[in-house]
Design a protein around this ligand. Structure first.
Ligand code: LAN
Length: 726
């Protein structure tokens, strides 16, 4: 390995991940070029990096034995050995959680507004990442696989300018051309207008009012912001703070230059009011409802002369809420968007030297991830618990599990330590559902429990107890019951489960969605995947602890299953909301149905789902879904089959006891054939999604799901498959 990489280490502390540079000198451009040459990232071949830096560092000096596995059992073992070697001492599996291309511009904006530059080496690596993900037409997409949009292009161009890249650099020129040919920067969607306003590249006049007063309205109103999906309300919270204070950096030569580069008209001549509603057609995923225009009309009129006392009261509440969220999450904050905007609000309210701002700043680094495409911003402070819970279940499902007891013990340690043991802060006042017994997606410090993370945490713990009865049960019956009770408390009236909280607002409230770029952002409604996880968890818990709330649990499962069946589409499939896409949700649904004995043998629904899956199998035996399935809401084949989609489909078919053994055998054969000599699988196309339009990387999936599929196959199947390569 190049010496440069030896200067990097992923430091971890109870799941907290931070890439640290130990070197004393920042390398020059040539040296950096040489260091990256070892990994060869080429967006045209695959925009998805393979997380090679982490893996090279983890595996340095370990001998995994290079060989082609001959059977499913051998491939399984090799996959487990490889993946076990990536586990960290604290028991979790780290991994790349990048994908969205609008997060780094937020961080750069925060660092510019608060005059807190990022370290030089970070700046270089971030720029490298941004250039690496520039599309051939000179623009950037919403995410790494997406076509160029005004949002992606303007924000990343501006970020690079503030990172010190001049306008005449070749790639920068191409980006400028893209912006100018596509109508200039006034056409960025509202979140882009917000960031540009902070940077004084766009007037606050050009934004619709973010009406902080909404927070002071009576809470019983069905549209109160406290009822919005937590990610929406906690992004709009600091946004409305910044908007109300019209926070903006001073004009400077650089600002004047960028204004000229990105706008078609001279800045002073821009009609800002008109540009409030200007959004580039390439960016539009969700057209706002006409009703929203009427609301904007009223709020913009109010904004011309806001009632001072009312605004003051609203801002005082917002400040209190921001401080409370900071405290509850240890300044990690709910996600990467509000973390950096909260940082700006903290800097504004408390000052640059305040403890609050310093703690925010410290957390910026929890979101940065280093891979062979450069330094990116993760979509969360990691996917630690989620990945660990799945990996644990996959390992426990395998016949080889006893040989990996040390791995499972460490994972159990992480899972046990990450279960939330108390409700944080003033929950009621700040719209928090109780947390006790739940699991978050990433770390304990983050502390927001999620329905399906709680379910998968519980399932993983139960799987360990079953597979390793001799292992000390760190999570005893009381803690298991707390998790089950929390899941019960999170069930919706329609029988399903949403993500973080029970649904608090009617579905029509989605008409308030002003983003243009996302759908399903205002209302946290029931989802197939979350519901399926909760059903599986309640079922397994009930089997192990039949005395705890048996009636309630049975009823919850029945209602959950009814919800799942109501979501099945005519063609037998389920559409995914958090993974790509139909293979993902159909697998979840089939697993949940199978716990109720609904399989191809007796259930027309399970049979229809299996028929659907088999109809999408490719000639090579695999499945490959394009991310566009999520955007278009119909199955869109990817040109290449993908180990992750193949594993989901195979797992679904096996859970449903599909009689089409041939389809399953062919899928398993592809997984064996595609396995690399070290036990890894190639990084295929992107696997995760949110809000229907933005994709996100789950680097762990390429190992975890093939392992799980091979484990189930190896444990149950009579047929003996041989690697066709051998
Ligand atoms: C996540 C990550 C985890 C994910 C699962 C648990 C996998 C899912 O089953 C439920 C939804 C959830 C919790 C989820 C929701 C949306 C998130 C938080 C993300 C995809 C990670 C990043 C994304 C967040 C919204 C990104 C910031 C963008 C905004 C629009 C605010």
């Amino acid at each position: 390995m190049d010496d440069f990489w030896k200067d990097w280490a992923l430091s971890t502390d109870r799941g907290r991940q931070r890439w640290q540079f130990k070197g004393t000198e920042v390398p020059g451009d040539e040296e950096l070029e040489r260091a990256f040459a070892a990994f060869r990232f080429d967006k045209r071949k695959n925009p998805n990096a393979s997380d090679l830096i982490l893996r090279a560092l983890r595996l340095d000096g370990k001998d995994l034995g290079e060989r082609d596995a001959d059977t499913a059992s051998a491939a399984l073992r090799q996959g487990m050995e490889y993946y076990a070697a990536l586990q960290l001492d604290d028991g979790h599996w780290p991994g790349d959680y990048g994908g969205p291309l609008f997060l780094l511009p937020g961080l750069v904006t925060a660092s510019v507004v608060t005059e807190t530059p990022l370290p030089v080496i970070h700046r270089k690596l971030i720029a490298r990442y941004l250039f690496n993900h520039q599309n051939e037409d000179g623009g950037w997409g919403l995410h790494i696989e997406g076509r160029s949009t005004a949002f992606g292009t303007v924000l990343n161009y501006v970020a690079l300018r503030f990172l010190g890249h001049g306008p005449d650099h070749k790639a920068m020129r191409r980006a400028q051309n893209w912006i100018r040919e596509h109508g200039g920067a006034t056409s960025v969607p509202p979140w882009g207008k917000f960031y540009l306003s902070l940077l004084n590249l766009y007037s606050w006049e050009g934004n619709h009012s973010l009406l902080p007063e909404l927070w002071t309205l009576p809470r019983w109103l069905p549209f109160h912001p406290g009822r919005h999906w937590c990610h929406a309300r906690l992004v709009y919270l600091p946004m409305s703070y910044c908007y109300a204070h019209r926070i903006q950096i001073p004009e400077s030569e650089l600002v004047a230059a960028i204004r000229e580069e990105i706008h078609l008209l001279p800045y002073a001549e821009t009609d800002w009011r008109k540009s409030r509603d200007e959004v580039n057609g390439l960016d539009v995923h969700h057209k706002p409802h006409p009703f929203l225009a009427a609301l904007h009309f009223l709020s913009d009129a109010y904004e011309r002369n806001p009632v001072k006392a009312w605004r003051g009261k609203a801002l005082a509440f917002i400040r209190e809420y921001l401080d409370a969220e900071d405290e509850q999450t240890g300044y990690v904050n709910l996600g990467p968007v509000n973390q950096v905007i909260n940082s700006i609000a903290a800097w504004h309210a408390h000052g640059k030297d305040s403890a609050s701002f310093r703690k925010h700043h410290d957390r910026w680094f929890d979101y940065l991830w280093l891979a062979e495409d450069g330094m990116k911003m993760n979509g969360y402070n990691g996917s630690q618990l989620w990945d660990t819970a799945f990996a644990t279940q996959a390992f426990c499902a395998s016949r080889h599990a006893p040989d990996f007891s040390a791995t499972v013990r460490r994972a159990y340690g992480y899972i046990a330590e990450t279960q939330i043991q108390e409700d944080g802060g003033d929950g009621e006042r700040f719209f928090r559902h109780p947390s006790t017994g739940g699991w978050p997606f990433s770390t304990l410090e983050h502390s927001f429990p999620i329905t399906d993370c709680t379910a998968e945490g519980l399932l993983a713990s139960l799987a360990i107890h079953e597979a390793f009865p001799e292992m000390e049960p760190s999570i005893g019956p009381e803690r298991m019951a707390l998790a089950a009770d929390l899941i019960l408390s999170l069930q919706n009236r329609d029988g399903g489960w949403a993500t973080y909280e029970p649904t608090r607002a009617p579905k029509w409230l989605e008409i308030l969605n002003p983003t243009f770029i996302f759908s399903d952002i205002i209302v946290d409604h029931s989802y197939t995947e979350c519901s399926a996880s909760c059903i599986r968890a309640l079922h397994r818990f009930h089997r192990c602890y039949p005395g705890h709330q048996p009636r309630q649990i049975e009823r919850a499962i029945d209602e959950g299953v009814r919800f799942l069946l109501s979501q099945q589409r005519e063609d037998g499939s389920w559409i995914g909301s958090w993974g790509v896409c139909f293979t993902y949700a159909t697998w979840f649904a089939l697993e949940a149905l199978s716990t109720q004995g609904k399989t191809c043998r007796n259930s027309p629904e399970a049979k229809a789902a299996c028929d659907f899956l088999v109809s999408k199998q490719k000639d090579d035996g695999g499945w490959g879904e394009s991310y566009e399935s999520c955007v278009e809401r119909r199955y869109i084949q990817h040109e290449r089959s993908n180990a992750v989609n193949t594993a989901w489909a195979a797992l679904g078919l096996m859970a449903a006891q599909s009689p089409d053994q041939e389809a399953i055998d062919r899928a398993i054969r592809l997984l064996i054939e595609r396995q690399q000599k070290n036990g890894d699988w190639e990084q295929g196309s992107i696997s995760g999604v949110f809000n229907a339009n933005c994709m996100i990387t789950y680097a762990s999936y390429r190992s975890v799901f093939p392992i799980w599929a091979l484990a189930n196959y190896d444990g149950n199947s009579k047929s003996e498959i041989r690697n066709p390569k051998l």
